[in-house]
Design a binder for this molecule. Structure first.
Ligand SMILES: Cc1cc2nc3c(=O)[nH]c(=O)nc-3n(C[C@H](O)[C@H](O)[C@H](O)COP(=O)(O)O)c2cc1C
Length: 379
């Protein structure tokens, strides 16, 4: 077997206050195996994350709801109460025991959800009655896939309440032992619904100009940084993605502005999903890492690039200075020891889309590490 050079991926890097020993990141992967309806992380999740922890490697949790009404999927975890904090603490302890570093991705679905999950009418930047008819948007509920419920626009005086939920979730994240927090500002969830002008038609200080549409994100970043420190806050964006019915009249201007503001603020990292990916699917095969390349000229801090990377293209991205870290989503589902496999040039086990969302142990904690697989083959 010819070993690909992965030298750059296995050099240490400081990420805010912590030092990582390598640059292979596990990004948020919603696998929908938390307890329902409590949204308490399960023992299966403990096993899953523990298997994927590596010495000096960064793991970011699946999207974790900041409040019951923020939920986006059935059997996704939350972080708004003590039972959830206690269960997350067991997970961060297990990851830390292996020398790993763990951030929690804080999420709010906004309009991309159903009352079957939230119990109340979903909210967004603006009301768009046609959204419920968008054939590309579906919500995972206990009864299966359903269209999103009709939503309403947030009143301006309700925004402080949402910031309060982010503050509580950030405090809970600290209590749960997380090393940092990633703000989920991607893939058509609430924060991105404020960013993009296809979904934000507000006439107040949260809508209109690029600056106004970025205000909600920056207030969340400021709120969360006030709890945990700006060097422990990362932000995930998906420039030009149309996932969950997103659109913008000038995505380049918008995301360059977002990158500039976050650069000025001094967050720990900017996590960029390439537009060649939509949600969990590759939509532009062969396209380069154009978003990270563009925004790395503006955001001078640490960039995590994500979406469609191979060990070879990840090494290239780091060597070329396009990104400091590279996330591997789908490959991490089926390769619990992914960093070691990449480092040693070992083959990757193909992922199984059928077990991505929901279910039990199968396809979640039963993919063996490489040496175990080799032993199995010998038996
Ligand atoms: C099963 C699955 C669940 C995902 N859940 C989330 C999520 O909760 N939050 C998020 O930001 N991205 C989520 N993503 C996107 C991944 O983090 C990643 O950006 C995407 O898989 C592209 O990377 P890849 O080509 O390496 O798989 C999910 C992807 C998959 C496959």
């Amino acid at each position: 077997m010819t070993k690909t050079t992965t030298a750059q991926l296995f050099t240490p890097i400081k990420l805010g206050d912590v030092t990582l020993k390598h640059r292979v990141v596990m990004p948020a992967l919603s696998r929908l195996r938390a307890h329902w309806p409590s949204a308490v992380p399960s023992d299966l999740m403990l096993e899953h994350y523990s298997q994927r922890a590596s010495d000096g490697g960064l793991i970011i949790t699946e999207s974790t709801a900041i409040a019951p009404e923020a939920r986006a999927y059935h059997a996704a975890p939350g972080i708004w109460n003590d039972a959830q904090v206690a269960a997350w603490k067991r997970i961060t302890d297990a990851v830390h025991a292996k020398g790993g570093v763990m951030f929690v991705q804080l999420g709010h679905a906004g309009r991309a959800t159903s009352e079957a999950l939230t119990g109340i009418q979903p909210v967004s930047a603006s009301a768009d009655p046609t959204f419920t008819e968008n054939p590309n948007v579906v919500v995972t509920t206990p009864e299966g896939l359903v269209p999103p419920s009709p939503h309403r626009a947030l009143e301006i005086d309700q925004i402080a309440g949402i910031l309060g939920q982010y503050r509580l979730a950030a405090r809970n994240a600290v209590r749960a032992g997380f090393d940092g927090i990633e703000i989920f500002s991607a893939q058509g969830h609430l924060v991105e619904q404020f960013l993009q002008d296809g979904s934000n038609k507000r006439a107040d200080r949260y809508g209109g100009s690029v600056e106004n549409r970025t205000r909600f994100l920056m207030e969340i970043v400021d709120t969360v940084a006030g709890v945990i420190g700006r060097h422990r806050v990362g932000v995930r964006i998906s420039p030009s993605s149309t996932f969950n019915g997103m659109s913008d009249s000038d995505p380049q201007a918008l995301f360059e502005y977002v990158a500039e503001r976050l650069d000025r603020f001094g967050v720990a990292y900017l996590h960029i999903i390439e537009p060649r990916i939509s949600g969990a699917d590759t939509v532009a095969e062969g396209q380069d890492a154009i978003a990270a390349k563009d925004l790395s000229r503006i955001f001078r801090g640490t960039i995590i690039a994500a979406g469609g990377f191979t060990p070879e293209s990840a090494e290239e991205a780091v060597a070329d200075g396009v990104a400091s870290l590279v996330a591997f989503g789908r490959h991490f589902t089926s390769n619990p020891d992914l960093p070691a496999r990449i480092e040693h040039g070992l083959p990757l086990t193909p992922y199984d889309r059928n077990t991505f969302y929901g279910g039990g142990a199968q396809g979640y904690v039963d993919f063996p590490a490489y040496h175990a697989e080799a032993v199995l083959e010998l038996a």
